[in-house]
Design a protein. Structure first.
Length: 68
């Protein structure tokens, strides 16, 4: 069976047509939008690093059995 995929055309939007993405983070056991942080807390949020366990890939995809 031959499957033909139709190309996906994405619209190019001007900056004023875009909608901002609301980012939430967990703070002291509850979630808050980062936009509600004061400027100091926003700076701390931007400096955060994601924890990567040694010996593991950075992405969180399921392990590939072909690699093992």
């Amino acid at each position: 069976m031959n499957r033909i995929q139709t190309p996906v055309h994405h619209a190019i939007l001007a900056p004023h047509e875009r909608q901002p993405c609301e980012v939430w983070t967990r703070v002291m056991g509850y979630f808050r939008p980062v936009a509600s942080f004061n400027i100091g807390k926003q700076g701390e949020y931007n400096e955060r690093l994601a924890f990567v366990e040694p010996g593991h890939d950075r992405d969180c995809r399921a392990p590939d059995p072909a690699r093992d």
